[in-house]
Structure formats: C-alpha cells, structure tokens
Design a protein around this ligand. Structure first.
Ligand code: ATP
Length: 391
C-alpha cells in the first residue's frame, strides 16, 4: 500500500514539474511576444510623433551674440535674433552653420548636418586667402581702384550709407592671360577678410550640361552664405559673349545661364557683404548687357606690365630666392618686354632649375639670363601675337 502511494506521489510530482516546464515555456514565449509588440508599439509611436510634430524651419547662423542668442537668416525670409535651446551645444555654433528653428522661429532647436552643395566640388573656396597687395608687381593703380570699389564697401559700409551712394556691385577685370587678375581678386579678399570663391564661367555651361542657370543660383547662394565674400568669376566671356542668334540648344543653354547671372547681379543689394569680380581676356566679345549700369560699373584694365612693373615683379620673386652676386633687374626687365607676370615668375623658377642642374644651391644673374632666353624662345610666337593684339 505504502509503495503504491509513493509511486502515485512521484508521478504527481513529475507531472507537476512537467506542467511547470510547459508553463515556464509559455511565459517565456508570451514575454517574447510582449517584447515584440512593445517594439512595434514604439515604432508606431515614433512614426506618429513624426507625423504629428510641426515642421521645423531651416536657417543659417549669421552671428553668435555675446548674450548667447544668435542671428540667423531663415529660409522663409528675414534675419532673426533667436534664443538657443539648452540641448543645442552653443559652443559649436558658427556663422554659416545650418540649424533648425521651431515653428514660431523663436529658437534654435537643433544643429543640422552640413550638406555640401554639389557645385562646391567644382570650384575653389579659400576661407583665408593669403595673397597680399605687396605680392603683386606693377599694378598699383589697379590695386587703388579695386580697393576703392571692393574693399572699402566691405570694410566700411557705413561711409557709403552716410553719404547716400551705392557702391558698384561688380568689377570687371580685363587683359591678357597671366597678368595678375586672379591675384588681384585674391588679394582684395585677403585684405578685406573675405572668403574667396573662384569659379570658371566656362564650367557653368560645360560641366553641368542643362544646369548652368541652377549652378549660377547656387554659387550666388553659397557666396551669400559665406559672406563677407569675393565671388570671382573667371573667363566670363564663356557665357557672356555677344551672339547674333541663339539657334542651337547649346547656345540657348549658355543664354539661359547668362540671364540667370544677370538676374542674380540685379537682385543683389549693393551693400550686401558679397562683391562680384569677373575677369576676361576678351572684352571685345562681351555682351553689352553685362556692362549696363548697375552691373559691372567698374571696368579695370590689367595690361602686360611695363618696364617698371616687370622690374618690380622680378624683385618680388627674386627676393624669395637664394641669390649670389649682383642681379641686374633693370636690364632683365628691359629684356623681358612683352612678358606677363606669370612669364616672369616662370623665368625665376626656370633659373632655379638651371642652378639645380649644375648642382648649385643658389642662383646667379647668368642663370636668370639663360632662363629668360629659354622662356622667350618658347613664348616668342605668343608674345608677338599679344603685342599685336594689345598695342
Ligand atoms: P588668366 O587670365 O590666364 O586667368 P590672370 O591674369 O588671372 O590669368 P594670374 O592667375 O593672377 O593671372 O597669374 C598667374 C600667376 O602669375 C600668379 O599666380 C603669379 O604667380 C604670377 N603673376 C601674374 N601677374 C603678376 C604680377 N603682376 N605680380 C606678381 N606675380 C604675378
């Protein structure tokens, strides 16, 4: 009897254990299900939050004030002075940075990732260019004019407001290749603490087929973002040549690009912190629309250097080189008639190679004469051509 009771107790306990295991299993599986449902619920909750949250306003930081507020330009219109939410790292805020404002546009609620505009890849941007006026030889008068119309309105806009005149929006530099037009534009950016943005107009039309006008818009938008900025458009004749007809689709595309460029220039407020400089080797082919009042009001010729200019350019480059003995820059300049600043720099570089070839660590007057001879031989046909065109 007792044996029988024992056996039945054992069976009951076995069955109970089995039942417990099954129940445990069931609880675990239910728990998994709960976890999955919770995850699903969270997913739908965040999706709902996204759908219900009001849209934020995109803006660009213009300035960070001492009291912790920031000046922003909102994508919807005016410049605003707004607070910054505690969660946003104030120290990270810099002018030019994209941020999001709440819907009433009363506070910065988050930093946005910096999106690199596609156009940026094709152009050169120097936040801190370092060409100085003293690096440029023989263009004192051009430097004076450029400072007056570009640097002064950027550094002292109040003077113009006080007198009540609008400074020119743009300057057109023209002259043969290698005479220092790009250098001038870079130097004025350096000296006025502006960002230097260099674009080549032919790329507006060629690199981005069908998108020239859009690229122009984006370049101007970028210049405004990077203000104070000098926007230097080189080879402007590529999109601004006068044409008799606009028959082919390529010509129509160029025409549209030019129209957009003119619209951007016209839409500019003269005292906005962006100055436009353009350059061409072919002023004779430019569309007169570009030269209409209110556009490029200052037209500055950048000619081949005269004897004094050439001497100065030699001095600039030779002063940076190791020289032995006397160098007669006056005679060198006299013998370099027709050469541009870029050619003279090449003479100096070539002279260094002459010395290096002879195993020397310094340059002599003879080396420079040898280099000048070889550069002139290479350049002879071009020099003649230029002299005929620009005399
Ligand atoms: P392009 O019309 O071909 O664009 P550019 O007139 O813009 O030519 P730069 O690019 O400014 O010429 O000049 C090319 C290089 O030649 C400069 O980087 C500089 O080294 C030298 N150079 C040209 N002109 C001068 C100058 N007046 N003084 C000193 N260096 C010069």
């Amino acid at each position: 009897m007792s044996d029988e009771v024992d056996i039945s107790n054992e069976r009951v306990s076995e069955e109970r254990e089995q039942l417990l295991r099954v129940m445990d299993e069931k609880v675990r599986s239910l728990q998994n299900e709960v976890d999955m449902l919770r995850k699903e619920l969270n997913y739908y909750k965040t999706e709902m939050d996204k759908l219900l949250s009001p849209p934020l306003i995109e803006a660009t930081v213009l300035d960070v004030l001492d009291d912790g507020r920031v000046v922003v330009r909102s994508s919807s219109g005016p410049n605003l002075v707004v607070n910054v939410l505690q969660d946003v790292p104030l120290l990270k805020l810099r002018p030019g940075m994209p941020v999001a404002l709440n819907q009433r546009a009363s506070a910065v609620v988050e930093l946005l990732p910096n999106r690199e505009e596609p156009v940026v890849r094709g152009m050169e941007i120097e936040e801190r260019p370092n060409v100085k006026y003293e690096d440029i030889g023989g263009l004192e008068e051009q430097i004076r004019q450029i400072r007056e119309v570009v640097e002064l309105p950027l550094t002292k806009p109040e003077l113009f407001k006080e007198i009540g005149v609008d400074p020119p929006k743009g300057v057109l530099l023209y002259g043969p290749p290698g005479t220092g037009k790009t250098m001038l534009a870079k130097a004025v950016a350096t000296e006025s603490g502006a960002t230097f943005i260099h674009v080549i107009a032919s790329e507006f039309a060629q690199k981005f087929v069908g998108e020239g006008a859009k690229i122009v818009r984006e370049v101007f938008e970028l210049a405004r973002k990077k203000a104070p900025a000098i926007l230097f458009i080189d080879e402007i004749d590529a999109i601004a040549s006068k044409r008799v007809d606009v028959g082919t689709s390529g010509e129509r595309e160029i025409q549209r690009t030019l129209m957009q460029l003119l619209a951007e220039i016209d839409g500019f407020k003269p005292l906005q912190n962006v100055r436009i400089l353009t350059a061409t080797n072919r002023i004779d082919v430019l569309d007169p629309a570009l030269l209409r009042p209110g556009r490029f009001d200052r037209i500055i010729e950048v000619p081949l250097p005269d004897a004094k200019g050439r001497e100065r350019i030699y001095s600039i480059y030779l002063s940076k080189m190791k020289i032995k003995g006397e160098v007669d820059t006056k005679t060198l300049a006299a013998e370099s008639e027709g050469l541009s600043g870029a050619d003279i720099r090449n003479v100096c570089v070539e002279a260094a190679y002459v010395a290096i070839r002879e195993g020397r660590g310094f340059v002599t007057n003879e080396d420079i004469k040898t280099a000048l001879k070889s550069i002139k031989e290479k350049r002879e046909p071009k020099v003649k051509e230029r002299a005929e065109k620009f005399i």
